[in-house]
Design a protein around this ligand. Structure first.
Ligand SMILES: Cc1cc2nc3c(=O)[nH]c(=O)nc-3n(C[C@H](O)[C@H](O)[C@H](O)COP(=O)(O)OP(=O)(O)OC[C@H]3O[C@@H](n4cnc5c(N)ncnc54)[C@H](O)[C@@H]3O)c2cc1C
Ligand SMILES: NC(=O)c1ccc[n+]([C@@H]2O[C@H](COP(=O)([O-])OP(=O)(O)OC[C@H]3O[C@@H](n4cnc5c(N)ncnc54)[C@H](OP(=O)(O)O)[C@@H]3O)[C@@H](O)[C@H]2O)c1
Ligand code: HEM
Length: 514
């Protein structure tokens, strides 16, 4: 008989997996090998792909059902995986150290047996035990020879240099093919099915055939397999579930620091100063008023920090006369975090809007209004209308609403489903042009809110200027810088640099010198 083609057996597995989905009764061949099929004999090839009930190695109850898959371990993950595999048409065999005790934890159609018996039943073996217990499987190395071992384990800490769990498993079982996969899916997500939570299953292996076979299983379970390359990618895959929103850490920390800073500043000005200087009790401002002065400051400063790195990048490009020079690392990082900074800013602005709408509801506000009315009556005034104040408030509230409206557009377009439906020009128009417009509108809102108070000496408490004056610094610098960058002589040069022109080179790709 001719030597089998490399990978022929993996093709068989794929066929078998497809067949399982169609409720077929065929079985995977034995002696799968990573690429090489070491130890495969003519006798092996002579074995029929469609195994018969007389096959001594297979349990007859399994034989009569769909494609068999083995799971080693009977814990949370094994149970959820078994349930999902059974629902997807697979015949599941569980290998447990204590099959009798654990049998009733699994779906009735799954067979629970000893570990050694189980691994004889199929060529694909999910290893659902912790890495620390892999060595207890070494007794099975002969029966695991030639099989595909799926390592579903997670690491306990972020790994940058060490061997991954999957590589460790491969080193323990050199005669088997190891595939890393399913570790990014939680037992809960497996049980509730792929309609909830993340659908992506990251898969890697040194054997493309084994990877394809496991991808096919993942697909038939309703997940989306993502090929991450060779087994060394397992280090990266094992790190995925350990990460906690990596791009959000800096923006959230920044927002917290700004919040604390502005809150202390506002507390000193609005509560501490009246208490120490005038013996007035203004502590009631702590939960609402101070928060509603602090939140917009954070929102506004963070919004300006979204557009500052673009301006710095532009000036650096003008200075170097090229776009091909790398930005310093801090600027690169800043540019990468803009989306998250912007969304945190939007969140704070939205909270500020809700707080603002609730301000008149407070009892303190009602008492204040009544007191003002009593005072007016005592002073025999019959109108409290101040035209300038009326206009100021109409304008600043209206601009506040507009700024939040434009920021909402940016936030909506940052949703992947919406962003994907926009072309690059539309997305960049919303993010860059409308985003900058939001910054300008928010600046008008803040300026009209502050009005002449920046020049009123009574507003300087402990020599501290009103908070809004501090928040205006960065946005005003950005707006001025953007005006400078928009001047035709500078803008022309910047556009050319961004199209590939470089200082010191006369003509590049037909783009003449400015
Ligand atoms: C509510 C909200 C939601 C947001 N959502 C998103 C989002 O989903 N996705 C997103 O990306 N941003 C998002 N942002 C951030 C922000 O809107 C965008 O980053 C916006 O494009 C920045 O505009 P810009 O004009 O400052 O800079 P850009 O439009 O990025 O850049 C101006 C120019 O600078 C140069 N440049 C920029 N970055 C680099 C770089 N790394 N290397 C070399 N040149 C560079 C380019 O030549 C570019 O033409 C959001 C902001 C907010 C407030
Ligand atoms: N739970 C999750 O959401 C989840 C998500 C992704 C990945 N994972 C990974 O899946 C694997 C199993 O996790 P789990 O949550 O199912 O854990 P678990 O509930 O603790 O189950 C682990 C199983 O390993 C076996 N085992 C326990 N001690 C052993 C020992 N000393 N020697 C040999 N085998 C032993 C047991 O099976 P028997 O008694 O039947 O032999 C036990 O049921 C882990 O590698 C984990 O990282 C889990
Ligand atoms: C529906 C939208 C908005 C409404 C109704 C609104 C309303 C208000 C009100 C009532 C104040 C005065 C707060 C006080 O005196 O306690 C204020 C201040 C302020 N708002 Fe807004 N606003 C809105 C959106 C925004 C947005 C989007 C930003 C910026 C991103 C912003 C930034 C500011 C700033 C910086 C102040 C000054 C805070 C201070 O120093 O006292 N606002 N706004």
């Amino acid at each position: 008989m001719a030597t089998p083609l490399l990978g022929e057996h993996f093709k068989n597995i794929r066929r078998l997996v497809h067949a399982a989905c169609a409720g077929s009764k065929i079985f995977p061949s034995r002696h799968l090998r990573a690429g090489k099929f070491r130890g495969m004999s003519k006798g092996d090839m002579a074995q029929p792909l469609l195994s018969s009930k007389s096959d001594k190695n297979y349990d007859t109850s399994v034989d009569s059902l769909g494609t068999a898959v083995v799971i080693l371990g009977s814990g949370d993950f094994a149970r959820s995986l078994a349930t999902r595999l059974v629902c997807s048409g697979f015949q599941v065999v569980i290998g447990s150290r204590n099959p009798k005790r654990n049998a009733n934890l699994f779906p009735a159609s799954a067979k629970v047996t000893s570990r050694e018996e189980a691994v004889k039943k199929a060529d694909i073996v999910f290893v659902a035990v912790f890495k620390e217990h892999y060595s207890t499987l070494c007794d099975l190395s002969t029966v695991l020879e030639g099989k595909v071992l799926v390592d579903v384990s997670n690491a306990t800490e972020i790994n940058n240099h060490k061997k991954s769990n999957a590589e460790y498993l491969a080193s323990l079982f050199p005669g088997s093919t190891v595939v890393k996969g399913f570790n990014v899916i939680s037992a809960w997500a497996l049980q509730s099915g792929p309609q909830d939570g993340n659908k992506q299953v990251l898969i890697c292996s040194d054997s493309p055939e084994a990877k394809n076979a496991i991808s096919t299983i993942a697909r038939s379970m309703g997940f989306i397999p993502v090929d991450m390359g060779s087994l060394c990618a397992a280090r990266e895959i094992e790190n995925v579930p350990l990460r906690l929103l990596p791009l959000w850490k800096i923006p959230v920390l920044l927002a917290l620091c700004l919040f604390v800073g502005f809150y202390v500043y506002n507390f000193t000005r609005s509560v501490l100063h009246p208490y120490l200087q005038e013996n007035k009790n203004k502590f009631y401002k702590i939960p609402m008023e101070l928060v509603n002065v602090t939140l917009p400051c954070v929102a506004y400063v963070m919004l300006s920090l979204v557009y500052l790195p673009g301006v710095l990048a532009a000036f650096l490009q003008l200075h170097h006369g090229t776009k091909y020079r790398r930005f310093p690392d801090w600027l690169d990082q800043w540019l990468i975090h803009r989306k998250q900074i912007g969304l945190v800013s939007f969140y704070c602005a939205a909270l500020h809007a809700v707080y603002s709408f609730c301000l008149p509801m407070r009892r303190s506000s009602r008492y204040q209004m009544l007191n003002d009315a009593f005072k007016q009556v005592a002073e025999k005034k019959n109108s409290a209308w101040v035209e300038e104040e009326v206009w100021r408030m109409e304008i600043y509230v209206s601009f506040g609403i507009m700024a939040l409206g434009v920021m909402s557009l940016l936030a909506v377009s940052s949703l992947p489903s919406v962003g994907n439906s926009l072309n690059w020009r539309e997305f960049s128009f919303i993010q860059s042009t409308l985003g900058f417009a939001a910054l300008v509108i928010a600046t008008i809102h803040t300026l009209t809110f502050g009005w002449k108070r920046a020049f009123d000496g009574n507003q300087y408490k402990f020599y501290l200027p009103p908070t809004f004056t501090l928040t205006l610094l960065v946005p005003c610098v950005i707006i001025l810088a953007r005006i400078v960058l928009f001047m035709p002589c500078i803008n022309r040069k910047l556009v050319r640099i961004r199209r590939g022109w470089e200082k010191g080179r006369d003509v590049l790709d037909g783009i003449p010198l400015p």
